[in-house]
Every structure is written in structure tokens, then in C-alpha cells.
Design a protein. Structure first.
Lengths: 373, 228
């Protein structure tokens, strides 16, 4: 065999060896080996991913810290305020004004306030203020927007204070602690409320105001009867939603006008409601105003007395906080509402003066021409 | 001369103005239609809510009618002059400002007629409704506001109509253009003045017009004939 023939034979043999399928057991061994090697890498990959996550978190934290605004902390009464240095004076002035005007007279101690921090910023462009380990009440206002900082501060302090009342009956009754916002709306609510108690209250019977807010209607009397006249009860039952099981009673009440059916329906609603005062005609805004007036009238320690007994009924809590009788407290509330009767009548006053001013202004423009058109 | 201007204006406008005076008289009556105490029911506070809610439906019609009357008076004031090329005015021995003042005074006097119609209608309407405790009728104040709104609409259109048609078209086109392109202009300005971010020029302009001391504030606010 020549050298060339030997080479050709070897090449052909090598080619045949390459093209022939490998034996089955060899193929399985390779696959299993590969899978085993891949599996052996998995813990390494997982560890690497954890490391990468940690590294990313460290970098984000470092960036956040690098970007965190320099802050000052100051105290006004029991309030702790975190602010940017350029707003320090404004924060002190505004928080002090709100605290002294609205809260200092009746808030003695408040665990929620002591625990709560406030952030304050009033700038053209807001920067992030970091308060470690806390969820502060934020008073952060863009300066050019028409928001009154004192109102936002007042509401943030109230929000913090309200945590003291969590779980109490007084909070469930009033729904919120707040300053009497838009007192003229209270007057409108009182005047338009379809209830005999509201009507008597508006006519000057302070006791009816107390009853109309669902405060101690009396053990023997039916509160519905105190709150609403028969026609008003019929109308109220017609307005409420009733389940199918009570549909026949509802039809009897609204379509045939049987007052007895209306009373049965409303009595059923009273018993199923956790808080019967929900059917009382004077609603939460009126009640929140009464609560606020009770605190103002109560003076020093009123807040402590209000939250002193968590089991107290709303009436007990209000009387305890205010130090007044029910008659005196509801009279103070009624005075407040009547003093804020809306100046809603159309036409007169400044509005008319301005209209005449504009009329004269347009007239002057019409006269201001030197040539005939 | 004032009397003759008044007479001329009245001659121009009496046909469209008379239905408007009747509408001003009827509007308060319509706004209290169906209100009152149903038979067998005392004057309950159920009525208070119903009366106020019922009257509120008609609220937008009062300022709208005032505006329509004002515009009608203003356009009719200059209509005759524009049509005849100001020949009559030029023939009079008075300066233009005095002529325009007399003309404006005549129109303002005529504006008293629909306001008086509304005043009478409001008094008649409220005399039919037995108002529950806490509600009051304000016919005099409503008539005053109606007169003021009519005068503002009249003054605005009178000033525009006193100029040339070209000036009027420019002003009206400018206002319409601003309302259409206001947001685009805002977006453009934000590119140069980032502080305007979240500022809506259109909203600001509207606020300036309809809030005190804006010229159109008399058209907003409370137009209730019966209120607390």
C-alpha cells in the first residue's frame, strides 16, 4: 500500500467514525454530566444574584444619602419639626402661630403628638426630606400655589392628634377631628335638614340640637320620634336602601304610606347599625364642629379629659371635655352656627359695587375715541 | 337730547325687548312652580330642601337672561349709527364722547325695564310660596343683581360695538383664539420658565374673569331667589 493509499484509507476511516452515531450510553453520560455541572453552578448563581442585589441596594442607599437634603430640627410646644435650613424661621413662626391659636389652650399631653414628627417645606421647588424610621406628617408646599400653609399645618396637627382617639366612641360619632371648616355650610345643613329636631334647633332650642346629633336621646324615648316627624320618617324610609327581605315593608311604607311600616323599617335599621346616631339628622360635619367647640370651651386639659375614658359615650366625653352642661355646650354650638349664617343673598354690597365699576370702566372705553367711526 | 336718544333707542329695540321683559317677569314664577306646602302637610322642613333644590334648577337661566338683555341693548344702541354711516351723529353739535355717553345712558335706562319686570315677578312668585323656618326670599337683591349683570354685559358689548367692526372682530377672535390655544401657549412657556409647571393660563384667565374683582363675577355667585 502506497503512502497515498494509506492516507486515503485513514481519512475514510476517520470520516466514517465521525459520521457514525455515538453509542447510546455514551450520549446519556455526556448529557447527565452536563446537567450535573449546570446544577452545580446554580448555588453559585444564586449567591451572585444575592450579592448583586445587595450591591445595588448599597449603591441606591449611598445615592439617596448623597441626595438627602440638609435639614434642621426644631420644637414648638410638643411638636417636632424637620425642615430645610432656609425654612427654619418660617416653620417656627407658622407652627407656633397655629399651635398657640388653636391647640395650646386645650391639648395637655398627647402620646400621638409626642410620637409624631412633622416635615415642613415652603419653597418654589421641593427637595426630599428624609426622616429615619418614621412616617412623618408632611407639610410640604410649593410656594407659588395658592395654599395657606397655616391651614395645612393645622390639619396635619389634627391628623396626628386624632390617633389618640382611635377606637373611642367619640371618634366613631364625629367621624373626624377637625376645625369647623366652612361654618356657613353648617347653617345651610341645619336649615335644609328634613328633621323636626333641626327645625327646633334652628328656632333656638339648644336641647334639640343636642338630640339632633344623636346624643343621648333618652332611654325611654324613641330617638326616631325625637328626630323626625311622621312625614319626615316616611320620606327617610323612602330614601334609604333596603334588602329584598324588607321589600314588602318598604312598599307598604312608600307606596301605601303606612307609617307603622316605615317605623318598623327604621327601627330595624337602628338595631342593625353599629352606631344608631348614623340616622340622626345632624351629620358628621355638625358633630365635628361640636367636638371642636367642646375642646375650645374646655380649655386646659380638655384633650386629656376627652380621651380619658375610652368607654365613655360621645355625650359623656363631650361634657367631660368641655366642663359644660349639654344645654350650655349645644347653645355655644348654635351660637357659632347662627353667627356664621351665609351671606348668600344675591346682589347687594361689594358685588354690586364692582359690577357698577366695570360698567363705568367699559363706558369710559366706549367714550375714549377722538374720531367718528 | 337725552330724551330723544332714549326714544330712538326704544324705537330700535321695543320689539325684541318686550318679550325679554316678559321673560324676566316669568322666570321667578317658573322657578317656584310646583313648590309650596302640599295639602295635609304642615310647613315641614322636608319642604326646605325641596324648595332650594327646585329653585337651583333655574339658577343658570337668570344670569343668562341678563346677558342676553345686555347684549341686545348694546348691539341695538349702535346698530342704527353703523347702518347709516354715523350721518345723524355727525350732524349733531356735540362731541363724540357726549353723544356716546347719552347713548349709553339711554341704554342703561332701558335696562331698568327688564330688571323691574324681574323684581315684580320675584315678588309675585315668593308671595305664592309658604316658606318654612330658616328660608327667606330675596326678590329685591335678586333684581339688583340682575340689573348689575345686565349693565355689565351691556357695558362690555357697548364698548366693543362703539369701535369699528374690525376692532370688534379682533377682540372676539383674540378671546376665542386664547381659549383654543391657551394650553399650547402654556406648554410653550413652561419650556422657558419651568416655574410655570402645573400652571394653566386658561384656568388663571377664567378665574380672573369670574372671581372678584373680575368683570364677570356678577354672573357667578348666588342667584337664589329663595335661600337660607
Amino acid at each position: 500500500m502506497s503512502r497515498a493509499d494509506l492516507c486515503r484509507a485513514l481519512s475514510t476511516g476517520a470520516l466514517a467514525l465521525l459520521c457514525s452515531p455515538p453509542p447510546m450510553h455514551a450520549q446519556q453520560t455526556t448529557e447527565a454530566t452536563l446537567l450535573g455541572r449546570i446544577d452545580s453552578l446554580r448555588p453559585l448563581l444564586e449567591a451572585a444574584e444575592v450579592e448583586a442585589d445587595l450591591a445595588r441596594a448599597r449603591r441606591a442607599e449611598a445615592e439617596r444619602r448623597a441626595n438627602v437634603t440638609v435639614t434642621d430640627t426644631l420644637s414648638v410646644g410638643p411638636l417636632t419639626i424637620v425642615t430645610v435650613p432656609e425654612n427654619r424661621d418660617a416653620a417656627a413662626r407658622l407652627f407656633r402661630r397655629v399651635w398657640e391659636n388653636d391647640f395650646a389652650s386645650f391639648v395637655g399631653t398627647s402620646p400621638s403628638l409626642s410620637d409624631q414628627w412633622f416635615t415642613f417645606q415652603w419653597a418654589m421647588e421641593l427637595r426630599p426630606i428624609l426622616v429615619e424610621g418614621r412616617a412623618p406628617q408632611r407639610v410640604e408646599l410649593v410656594r407659588w400655589r395658592p395654599t395657606r400653609p397655616t391651614e395645612v399645618i393645622r390639619q396635619s396637627i389634627i391628623n396626628a392628634l386624632a390617633d389618640d382617639l382611635t377606637g373611642t366612641q367619640i371618634l366613631a360619632w364625629a367621624n373626624a377631628v377637625r376645625t369647623p371648616v366652612r361654618p356657613e355650610e353648617l347653617y345651610r345643613q341645619l336649615a335644609l335638614s328634613p328633621s323636626r329636631a333641626s327645625r327646633a334647633c334652628l328656632a333656638g332650642n339648644a336641647r334639640s340640637c343636642w338630640v339632633g346629633m344623636g346624643l343621648d336621646p333618652g332611654a325611654d324615648s324613641n330617638p326616631l320620634d325625637d328626630w323626625y316627624s311622621p312625614e319626615e320618617r316616611r320620606a327617610l324610609a323612602g330614601r334609604l336602601y333596603w334588602s329584598r327581605t324588607l321589600q314588602s315593608l318598604r312598599d307598604d311604607c312608600t307606596e301605601t304610606g303606612t307609617l307603622r311600616s316605615c317605623d318598623v323599617l327604621l327601627a330595624d335599621r337602628l338595631t342593625t347599625l353599629g352606631n344608631p346616631s348614623e340616622l340622626a339628622p345632624l351629620r358628621p360635619p355638625a358633630r365635628a364642629a361640636l367636638l371642636w367647640i367642646a375642646l375650645q370651651k374646655g380649655g386646659a386639659g380638655a384633650w386629656d379629659r376627652l380621651r380619658g375614658d375610652p368607654q365613655a359615650t360621645p355625650a359623656q366625653a363631650l361634657l367631660s371635655a368641655s366642663g359644660l352642661t349639654a344645654e350650655e355646650l349645644s347653645s355655644a354650638w348654635l351660637e357659632h352656627v347662627q353667627a356664621n349664617r351665609p351671606a348668600s343673598k344675591a346682589g347687594t354690597g361689594l358685588s354690586l359695587m364692582m359690577a357698577l365699576f366695570w360698567f363705568a370702566g367699559f363706558g369710559t372705553l366706549a367714550l375714549r375715541s377722538t374720531r367718528w367711526r | 337730547m337725552y330724551r330723544s336718544m332714549l326714544f330712538l333707542h326704544w324705537k330700535q329695540i321695543n320689539i325684541p325687548l318686550i318679550p325679554l321683559i316678559l321673560a324676566a317677569y316669568a322666570l321667578p314664577l317658573l322657578s317656584v312652580q310646583g313648590l309650596g306646602t302640599p295639602p295635609g302637610m304642615d310647613s315641614s322642613t322636608l319642604e326646605a330642601y325641596r324648595i332650594v333644590a327646585g329653585a337651583q334648577i333655574w339658577l343658570p337661566v337668570f344670569p343668562l337672561l341678563a346677558a342676553v338683555i345686555g347684549v341686545t341693548l348694546a348691539l341695538s344702541a349702535w346698530n342704527w349709527d353703523h347702518q347709516l354711516g354715523h350721518v345723524h351723529a355727525l350732524s349733531l353739535p356735540v362731541p363724540r364722547w357726549r353723544y356716546a355717553l347719552l347713548k349709553m345712558g339711554a341704554g342703561a335706562t332701558l335696562a331698568l325695564l327688564p330688571a323691574a319686570g324681574l323684581w315684580m315677578g320675584a315678588h309675585v312668585a315668593t308671595s305664592f310660596v309658604d316658606l318654612p323656618t330658616g328660608l327667606n326670599a330675596y326678590p329685591n337683591q335678586l333684581a339688583l343683581r340682575f340689573l348689575a349683570a345686565t349693565l355689565v354685559a351691556y357695558g362690555l358689548l357697548f364698548a366693543m360695538a362703539a369701535g369699528t367692526v374690525k376692532t370688534t372682530v379682533w377682540i372676539i377672535s383674540g378671546v376665542i383664539g386664547f381659549f383654543i390655544l391657551g394650553n399650547v401657549v402654556t406648554d410653550f412657556l413652561v419650556g422657558y420658565f419651568p416655574v410655570l409647571y402645573r400652571t394653566n393660563l386658561l384656568e388663571l384667565a377664567l378665574e380672573a374673569l369670574i372671581r372678584a374683582p373680575g368683570p364677570l363675577q356678577v354672573f357667578t355667585g348666588n342667584w337664589m331667589l329663595i335661600d337660607v
